[in-house]
Design a protein around this ligand. Structure first.
Ligand SMILES: [Zn+2]
Length: 266
């Protein structure tokens, strides 16, 4: 459509997540119209971030140091690990102030369509963190969409035999959505109402039936002394779950189920 540098700019912008060709064109012309100093500041901020931001050696959160602020904080509860897909999910959960434990960033979700399996995520590093038995609870806070559910199911089966308490964020989060876009209250309530899916006493009432309870029964009673799987032998992910994919519940139905299950708690 356009020639030379402007077409290159549009092409580069349209590769950004969430930016379609139309938005890319709008941003390109906005930049061309902006003060040169502002555009230079933007370009320099991108390059500086790219050159200085690293990933925490413990949890893979974005940081400027070897380890992140949360992992270094002795006031955090290091016996609880909240597993998220991306660093940006940590920001969303921190905003709720519901969680005082630490995190583990997977670096994405299991997605056969995108050719991304368990070995492509930081799962073996998570297992490594569990080796000294100091961690007692894992909270699976992957996104409430098909890939996030599949990832949570996979991890629940993997972690269940280790005798940990494994919970999944309660619904109330929009199905098919991203944690990033959930408002603080919804995400905070989801955190508070998280359900144990494996091991330990329920935080609140567990679902009386349904696949989560099924998972807990299946993997939660194997025993507390199972061996942590070693790095090389991550099992293959299970196929689709009953809940992921075929028949996604409409968003308002899941929101209603939250109010139903959470009634009387607050
Ligand atoms: Zn960290």
């Amino acid at each position: 459509m356009y020639d030379g540098p402007i077409q290159d700019l549009i092409a580069e912008l349209s590769r950004l997540p969430g930016v379609g060709p139309k938005s890319a064109q709008r941003i390109a012309f906005f930049l061309l119209d902006a003060d040169e100093a502002d555009v230079t500041a933007l370009a320099e901020a991108i390059i500086r971030a790219k050159q200085t931001v690293k990933f925490c050696q413990i949890c893979f959160n974005a940081t400027e140091d070897e380890t992140c602020r949360i992992c270094r904080d002795p006031r955090r509860d290091h016996t609880k690990i909240c597993v998220v897909e991306e660093s940006k999910d940590i920001v969303a959960i921190e905003r709720t102030r519901e969680f005082r434990g630490v995190y583990h960033v997977l670096g994405g979700s299991i997605s056969p369509i995108d050719n991304r399996g368990p070995a492509d995520l930081h799962i073996r590093e998570l297992l490594h963190r569990l080796e000294d038995d100091s961690v007692t609870e894992i909270i699976l806070a992957t996104n409430p969409n098909t890939e996030g559910e599949a990832t949570a199911t996979y991890l629940a089966r993997l972690l269940g035999p280790l005798g940990l308490r494994v919970s999944r964020l309660a619904s109330g989060l929009p199905v098919g959505g991203d944690l990033e876009y959930a408002d603080e209250i919804t995400l905070g309530r989801a955190f508070e109402g998280r359900r144990i899916i494996s091991g330990g006493e329920p935080v609140h009432q567990p679902e009386p039936s349904g696949w989560r309870a099924g998972v807990a029964g299946e993997v939660g009673e194997v025993g507390a002394h199972a061996v942590v799987p070693s790095a090389g032998d991550l099992p293959a992910p299970v196929g689709g779950t009953a809940e992921s994919g075929q028949n996604p519940a409409p968003a308002d139905e899941s929101t209603m189920s939250l109010s139903a299950s959470a009634g009387g708690q607050w």
